[in-house]
Design a protein. Sequence first.
Length: 194
Amino acid sequence: MSRIGKKPIAIPSGVKIEFAGNTVKVSGPKGSLEITRHPAINVKLDDDKKKIIVENTNPASRLDRAMYGTTRALLNNMVAGISKGFEKKMEIYGTGYNVKEQGGKLILTVGYANPAEVAIPKSVKVVITIPATKGNETPAKFTITGYNKQELGQFAAVVRKVRPPEPYQGKGIRYGGEHVRRKAGKAFASGATA
């Protein structure tokens, strides 16, 4: 039995759960999301309608055991996203690097000949707090917010992939608080040669 799958999911006020066949729809103040559950996994509301309970009908199957915890985690992320939302902080290090939002796209100037453009999904919002870097010490900062955790994480990964941080000077795009392992540069031998 999955320890995560057994935990009931509390439903905050303002969030509505609907069932239609194998589809579970969660709607609330931030929007609506839906998931198609695995046939062996049952999803039902508690008697007082304040909790979602996930049940595995076939615990002998390895796939069904895996889907038990996964379904519960996906439903929990949907409920949390619809009620509170998610956010991911991003930082850009490098002299002259900057970020701006224009026409539904994120425009990143990160040391290439042309700025990179990344389309922003409809469920995601970008808030730029510091648009340009100031030297190598003060990074450009922006926050990605949204109610769909999967789309938000995918968008953040696509943005980071435009210019991943390099290990020598640490230039590039990274998640807020991400530690980049640094390498020592080339060491030149000093002194007289024989």
